[in-house]
Design a protein around this ligand. Structure first.
Ligand code: GDP
Ligand code: MG
Length: 452
């Protein structure tokens, strides 16, 4: 009967990898492909995310139908626009990740680097399936570019030497993935996608291989995640990506809605700097399509409701103290509020730390996701933590740092936060860096210095 028809939501896709290996370029290329090949009226831009509609995937995958048969039931793919790999951890949700599937980008000419390993470890911990995009194939010596062509077409037009050069480079990736416990193969040699990681050679510069990348992401998520992708018509669940002040709107939150339906006037429960925030949705906003030339006050259009998966900006009163990385729940009615406040507090308390008897470092960060990543990295180096929290550096943080018995631990690690005005940090060591592994490296060097 017609009620048996599967209704699937858009899979949420994240892109991870080492700095400079091409995450931003790849997302730009995918976005460009979507804009050029979409049907009239299809939206490709959401808040903090880009959509590749079904029609675009079908068009680009058409020449591949012998290798990747594709009858699409998903409405498209939702790519999270992560400006840095650290933000990925913002996408945590209870018991896993908001991401349904990921792309690990690696520069095929450079091979695995520190953040390549880190990215795969995060995905393994959270049980997120992934593809590997072996990027920059246009830089393999002798490569003849075939712009925007499928990889399978382009590779057949390369010389035998170039083909074997690429195979050698891909074999190195296979070896590194094996070290991490994954069996991997070039995608066109994979027999069982549930057992093997598919490596897709691409160029974010020429667009080669993008058709296969999109077709595989769509095909695999639809085939193996059908249950996860079934549309649930309940109250929305989401994760706060960013807290921003917008002219005319006040404080707003950029949210990825990964489940349910979000409606205007819904009661929201989310984490704040001083405990859970309860408020009501005033506006659900998405970017205004470029061709829309009506003169309006903001760059956004307002929707009455939105169905997961989606990236939206929410305006509501009382969001000044909202925390990036926070879980977000809709309460169906007032009676659910207290319970959801507890759920939010519990989730936040698994990340924050305060051990007043520990001689250890202080960690301050801009979001729950990054805080979690730093806490885990610091703990991994067996360095004790006295306090870990979200927000700017306060007088109290400086006092706490000074209370550490061990001089080497009188440190504040700051990730994208600064001292509040008037806060004097003399007497403690302040270490700031916007790349997590460099922050940890600096901390280790400092501790060694003090010990020597
Ligand atoms: P990210 O740090 O991972 O986001 O890397 P970017 O996307 O910023 O890319 C880093 C550099 O590599 C930039 O100079 C890009 O132009 C370049 N780049 C990215 N992808 C490719 C590619 O496929 N081929 C070539 N030749 N250069 C690329
Ligand atoms: Mg980038």
């Amino acid at each position: 009967s017609s009620s048996d028809i599967k209704k699937l939501r858009q899979p949420i896709v994240t892109v991870l990898g080492h700095v400079d290996h091409g995450k931003t370029s790849l997302l730009d290329k995918i976005r460009g492909t979507a804009v050029v090949r979409k049907e009239a009226g299809e939206m490709t831009q959401e808040v903090g995310a880009s959509v590749v509609p079904r029609s675009v995937i079908q068009k680009v995958a058409e020449p591949l139908k012998n290798i990747i048969p594709l009858k699409l039931e998903i409405p498209g793919l939702l790519f999270i626009d992560t400006p840095g790999h650290e933000l990925f951890s913002n996408l945590r949700k209870r018991g896993g990740s908001v991401a349904d599937i990921s792309v690990v980008v690696v520069d095929v000419t450079e091979g695995f680097q520190k953040q390549t390993f880190e990215s795969i470890q995060i995905l393994r911990d959270r049980r997120v399936p992934f593809l590997m995009a072996a990027n920059k194939i246009d830089r393999v010596p002798g490569w003849q570019p075939n712009p925007n062509q499928p990889f399978t077409v382009s590779i057949s037009r390369q010389s035998k030497e170039v083909q074997s050069r690429l195979d050698t480079l891909i074999y190195k990736l296979v070896m590194d993935l094996a070290q991490l416990g994954f069996n991997a193969e070039r995608f066109d040699r994979v027999r069982d996608f549930t057992r093997n990681v598919a490596i897709v050679p691409v160029s974010a510069k020429t667009g080669e291989g993008i058709p296969e990348l999109l077709a595989l992401l769509a095909g695999l998520s639809q085939r193996y995640m059908e249950n996860r992708l079934k549309v649930v018509e309940g109250p929305a669940k989401g994760v706060v990506m960013e807290v921003k002040e917008e002219i005319g709107l006040g404080h707003t939150i950029d949210v990825i809605v990964y489940d349910g339906i979000l409606k205007k006037n819904d009661i929201l429960v989310l984490a704040g700097l001083n405990g859970p925030i309860v408020t009501r949705v005033r506006g659900i906003l998405v970017p205004k399509p470029l061709q829309d030339i009506r003169i309006v006050k903001t760059d956004f259009v307002s929707l009455d409701e939105v169905v997961a998966a989606a990236g939206v900006k929410i305006s509501a009163p009382g969001l000044e103290e909202a925390i990036a990385g926070s879980p977000l729940y809709v309460a169906e009615d007032e009676s659910r509020i207290e319970q959801l406040k507890k759920v939010v507090e519990e989730e936040v308390s698994t990340i924050k730390i305060y051990n007043k008897d520990v001689s250890g470092v202080i960690i301050k960060s801009d979001s729950l996701g990054t805080l979690e990543a730093i806490v885990s990295a610091v703990s991994g180096e067996k360095i004790p933590i006295r306090l870990a929290d979200v927000g700017p550096i306060s007088k109290r943080d400086v006092l706490e740092a000074k209370l550490s018995e061990d001089e080497a631990y009188r440190v504040i690690l700051a990730f994208r936060v600064r001292p509040l005005t008037g806060v004097d940090v003399s007497g403690v060591k302040l270490i700031s860096n916007e790349i997590i592994y460099q922050l940890i490296d600096e901390l280790e060097r400092y501790i060694q210095e003090v010990r020597d």
